[in-house]
Design a protein around this ligand. Structure first.
Ligand SMILES: Cc1cc2nc3c(=O)[nH]c(=O)nc-3n(C[C@H](O)[C@H](O)[C@H](O)COP(=O)(O)O)c2cc1C
Ligand code: SF4
Ligand code: SF4
Length: 427
């Protein structure tokens, strides 16, 4: 029996619960506003789950109501219990979901948590942590709403897929390959469009469905990929779509953001799946190399990989599947967008080449997805926008390439699928 929300989803639900509890604890004065908002959403939830689809979410209704009544009568003024019930209810729903074998069909509508956080700020003048708490709680609630609403959804089977794949050190490529292989084994026609030399990227997306796959960079898709999704990806007109991504930490906001963009473009989202892979960003790989090698060897978590096959199977059968979509409006979301954008990538990111180490192999320049690296007398130099992919740093055989201040003090990531990177450089 698999874990109801996948290993990753389960882990994040628990950690969000801890965060939510902590932030509420430090801000008891906002309890009433929080409770009112909570109650509003609960009522909508009750209506939704009664009218649309009775299911495991019903457990949440009861728990939610009980907690609210308790807070109103016994504990007004202290915020802690508002959230205390969340992990409890989560646990109950997980147990129930376990029994009903519904592990693959859980969704969160990413807009509602934002609205809720906004309401928390505006209505109550709550400080940030309360808004955050509301959003986290909303994420939970959305989990259950989607559990109830989408559980029974079933669409026509899929016979052909366009995959738009961005992957720098090969992690996402590995993750996506599992999905693709499974689909091909089931007789589906899959066409892969490599989003690598992205300035020249063109894809004729004529297949009947779409899969987008990318690494998380700064809590979001990489800047060039995000630009492509927003500006160039054709409208979906109801085409089924699936989102895949890898990251070194958590599910991030990349999934929710991409979900939103595709939904606004008219795609019918069938699910999302993500995998935790090694961190390929040298600047954060501080400390002894031995430790990093050990950590790298633990990832990807092989227990999560089979979920890719499940997602592929569900997708082509026309069933929703995958991990929960969770939006966490923390400052990191904003910081991510600030550290990786056109201006920063052009002005602040400089390549530095240690000439005494450089063997003039030209690999970095051939690899560079932004075609920013050129060579002069055999030595690379940079011009124009960087994709901040760390490919040149990670691919250089001699540690001669650095991104100014971004990679100097960290350990580079020796990509697990180095051959794939080389192949991409040579193609
Ligand atoms: C500039 C940059 C920013 C990143 N930001 C994040 C992040 O915000 N959260 C995270 O979990 N991983 C982050 N990562 C790690 C990558 O998402 C992760 O290593 C991914 O598996 C790389 O996939 P790829 O090999 O397909 O490029 C970042 C990597 C880079 C290069
Ligand atoms: S990959 Fe390294 S050694 Fe080769 S040209 Fe680039 S900087 Fe020099
Ligand atoms: S210069 Fe390096 S980090 Fe920047 S896009 Fe090119 S390969 Fe990637």
């Amino acid at each position: 029996m698999k874990r109801p929300f996948g290993t990753s989803g389960f882990y994040w639900i628990l950690s969000y619960a801890a965060l939510a509890m902590a932030s509420t604890y430090y801000e008891p004065q906002s309890t009433i506003a929080l409770t009112i908002i909570h109650a509003g959403l609960t009522v909508s939830l009750v209506i939704l789950t009664r009218v649309i689809a009775p299911g495991p979410a019903a457990i949440l209704d009861i728990g939610n109501m009980a907690a609210l009544i308790w807070i109103f009568y016994h504990d007004a003024g202290r915020g802690f219990p508002v959230i205390l019930f969340t992990p409890l209810i989560t646990a109950l729903v997980i147990i129930r979901a376990h029994k009903e074998r519904v592990n693959r069909r859980i969704y969160v509508w990413p807009v509602l948590p934002v609205l809720w956080a906004f309401a928390a700020f505006k209505l109550s003048g709550c400080a940030y942590s309360t808004g955050l708490t509301c959003s986290f709680s909303a994420s939970f609630i959305m989990l259950f709403v989607f559990l109830a609403v989408r559980l029974r959804a079933k669409y026509p089977a899929i016979r052909s897929i366009d995959v738009v794949l961005s992957s720098y050190s090969g992690n996402t490529e590995h993750f996506t390959d599992i999905f693709i292989q499974e689909a091909r084994e089931k007789g589906v026609n899959v066409r892969v469009h490599r989003f690598h030399k992205h300035k020249r990227f063109k894809a004729d997306l004529t297949q009947e469905s779409l899969v987008v796959a990318f690494p998380v960079m700064g809590w979001k898709p990489p800047w060039p990929f995000l630009t492509y999704l927003v500006l160039k990806l054709p409208r979906g007109h109801g085409k089924p779509a699936f989102i895949l991504y890898t990251s070194a930490g958590g599910p991030e906001n990349a999934g929710a953001l991409t979900w939103l963009i595709l939904a606004l473009k008219g795609y019918r989202l069938m699910g999302l799946n993500w995998g935790m892979y090694p961190l390929n960003m040298a600047m954060f790989r501080l400390g002894p190399k031995r430790i990093w090698d050990r950590l790298d060897s633990l990832l990807p978590d092989t227990r999560v990989l089979p979920s890719q096959k499940e997602c592929a199977r569900a997708f082509i059968e026309g069933s929703p599947s995958g991990a929960p979509v969770i939006l966490s409006p923390t400052p990191l979301f904003i910081i991510g967008a600030l550290i990786d954008n056109f201006l920063v990538d052009t002005v602040l990111c400089h390549n530095h080449i240690y000439r005494d180490r450089c063997v003039k192999c030209g690999l970095c320049a051939r690899y560079c997805p932004a075609e920013r690296l050129r060579t002069k007398n055999g030595y690379p130099y940079s011009r124009g926008e960087c994709a901040l992919c760390f490919g040149c740093v990670n691919i250089c055989p001699n540690g001669a390439m650095h991104l100014w201040w971004l990679s100097e003090y960290g350990n580079k990531y020796r990509p697990r699928w180095y051959d794939k990177m080389i192949a991409r450089a040579e193609s």
